[in-house]
Design a protein. Sequence first.
Length: 142
Amino acid sequence: MALTGVNLVRASRHGLQLARKLWPATGDRYEIRRQALKLRFWDERHLHPPGILVDLTYESIKALQGLGIYEARIDDIIGGLKNIRIVFLDPPKGWKPTIGEPPLRMIWILEAIPKRRNDWTISDLRRFKAARLLIQKRCYGE
């Protein structure tokens, strides 16, 4: 199967475990995956109106400005949950992978979760920063 898009999309282990907990049905997890794979075209976002990628809307998490952590919104109801956010990391261009050079640049899915309030909690923000640090240490050796 040929690669499409300009980025590889990879999920963190924590994100996969959380998805299994929130969406026990395999079909629901595949729907989340299908939505997350739209991030393959992340580096082409300048070709679309600001804040829109294919049919996902996204924005940087303001409390984590400058860290490359974004949220993409899913408008559908999946597995009975609505207002779903895919929290992802766009690593800085200066980070070099420690194990080989992937064929495309990576976009990391940190979590997919239903958002229940307008703002992110302190706990959410700490978890996102910790996931970013873990990916940085394990995969980029920074």
